[in-house]
Design a protein around this ligand. Structure first.
Ligand SMILES: [Zn+2]
Length: 171
């Protein structure tokens, strides 16, 4: 068990007092988060490593590193090739929901105007990838992190780039 008061590094060689009731996620260098927690952070557009927001420069531009913990999202050249797969899955979900609803409604014997639904489905297929693109990127990065924890070199690099910028998130 942790003592009530402990010292923690800020990554820059300095230490500060941290009281025992400091929420886990606002500590400077969170370690050992459960894979589900890491993936959830990505799904909600946050850094998989520390949970910080503010990881996007704009809607389409994920920053190279988390402004808070220094985690490099694209860990090696080409590491983001799976983003399209996640984005495709995001786009497919509402489409499948619509089709499922259509099949169930038709099976129940109700009349359905199919044409407007097809137009809605086509619109979804066009719009969803744009809407979900940033989340696909942060989700892919967090999936990568959940499956492959940072090696010591990456940890050290992240520490070098870590700042206290970025927003603390309670969860
Ligand atoms: Zn971070």
């Amino acid at each position: 068990m942790r003592s009530a008061v402990s010292l923690e590094g800020d990554g820059g060689g300095k230490f500060r007092r941290v009281t025992g009731d400091t929420p886990r996620s606002v500590r400077p260098m969170p370690r050992g988060a459960a894979p589900t927690a890491i993936i959830w952070r990505g799904l909600t557009g946050r850094c998989g490593r520390c949970g910080s927001r503010g990881i996007f420069d704009s809607w389409f531009r994920l920053r190279e590193r988390c402004p808070r913990c220094g985690y490099r999202f694209e860990r090696e050249e080409g590491a983001f090739t799976g983003v399209w797969l996640v984005n495709y899955a995001f786009g497919l979900l509402p489409f499948l929901a619509l089709i499922t609803w259509l099949i169930l409604t038709l099976a129940a014997g109700d009349d359905v105007a199919v044409m407007p639904l097809l137009i809605a489905a086509a619109a979804l297929a066009l719009v969803m990838p744009v809407v979900t693109y940033p989340l696909a990127k942060s989700t892919w990065a967090s999936l990568d992190l959940a499956m492959r924890p940072l090696d010591p070199v990456e940890e050290a690099e992240a520490t070098l780039h870590a700042t206290d910028e970025g927003e603390d998130q309670p969860r």
